[in-house]
Ligand binder design. Structure first.
Ligand code: G7M
Length: 314
């Protein structure tokens, strides 16, 4: 009995060993069909076969690992290859090719940065604010007048001092014209992450709140020409695009966003975004629509604007 027991144990051990140590020979895998590409989750899924087992198919789902604090030492190492994409005012963008398994990383830098920049980029809890027309006049408008984040980078674009080679379209008309270019958040690598910015030439329109019938030709021009130019440049049809404004924006010079419908664009949620089509329609119904209504918006708890609201409406 004893010797047989020993033999069995050995076989069990060998079986387990085989399973534990078994690696698929990825270098032999022949991908036959891509079934999912999700640039935002940095994920790809393929179906294929190993030539040694042509009767079976396999699904391989591959996903990039997220960055962690331990990635920083590889990113900021002297071995890292740095390629600059653009610079505008204090903002610049780079592609870092890092060793240590970190690979390619898109980096946006703000240098030198103010405390307002640090707050803007910090993780914070969000709060919902209902801004009445009176709140706008007594809280928000004075806040914007006293604490603006500089829009020098916008003027650099409009006056052709920065990002000139990135501009996709420029309609120079002072009343209805605008510049269309990739948002700083889009590196133009993957079409499904398309995120474009339309910055109007006309100065002094702070945000959605100030729009009325006088601005309809401008809004229509951005909507129609912007979609047309995106189709021409990137081959993306208008019906696969979102076009919207943020309220509150981060920068108080009127601008609109165009994003791919598949892209989970920054702040595209209810309480942060207003579709340009609907903005135009609302203003057609009532020129003073945005001056009269209460507008809800979501803002980070630590942002100075929310602190003003707390001070005035404790
Ligand atoms: O609606 P909101 O104000 O949050 O949008 C401003 C947008 O401007 C953001 O999506 C930013 O990524 C984008 N942006 C900010 N800066 C400073 C730049 C820049 O220098 N160049 C470009 N192309 N986009 C920018």
């Amino acid at each position: 009995m004893e010797p047989q027991k020993k033999k069995l144990k050995l076989e069990e051990h060998t079986d387990t060993d085989t399973v534990d140590n078994h690696h698929l020979a990825f270098h032999q895998f022949r991908a036959e069909k891509t079934i999912l590409v999700n640039p935002q989750s940095k994920l790809i899924a393929v179906v294929g076969k190993f030539p040694s087992d042509p009767d079976s198919q396999g699904v391989i789902v591959a996903e990039k690992q997220p960055l962690t604090e331990s990635s920083l030492s590889s990113m900021f190492s002297s071995d890292t290859k740095v390629t600059k994409s653009f610079q505008n005012d204090v903002y610049s963008q780079y592609i870092l090719s890092c060793s240590g398994g970190v690979g390619e990383v898109k980096v946006t830098s703000v240098y030198p940065a103010t405390e307002a920049h640090v707050k803007k980029y910090s993780e914070q809890s969000m709060v919902m604010v209902q801004e009445t027309p009176n709140d706008y006049q007594t809280i928000t408008k004075p806040f914007i007048d006293n604490n603006p984040l500089s829009v020098d980078w916008v003027y650099n674009i409009l006056e052709g001092r920065s990002e000139v080679e990135r501009v996709v379209y420029n309609d120079p008309d002072p009343d209805v014209g605008f510049v269309l270019l990739p948002d700083m958040k889009w590196d133009q690598g993957i079409l499904e992450n398309l995120y474009m910015l339309a910055v109007v030439h006309k100065r002094g329109i702070l945000s959605l709140r100030e729009l009325n019938a006088e601005h309809l030709p401008l809004l229509r021009n951005v909507l129609h020409k912007g979609k047309e130019m995106i189709r021409e440049k990137y081959g993306l049809p208008a019906e696969e695009l979102h076009c919207y404004l943020h309220y509150q924006p981060s920068y108080y010079h009127l601008h609109m966003h165009f994003s791919h419908l598949k892209y989970n664009a920054p702040r595209i949620f209810i309480g942060q975004s207003h579709l340009l089509d609907e903005v135009i329609d609302n203003i057609q119904l009532d020129s003073q629509y945005y001056a009269k209504r209460t507008i809800s918006f979501i803002v980070k708890r630590d942002r100075p604007l929310f602190q003003c609201f707390q001070k005035h409406r404790p």
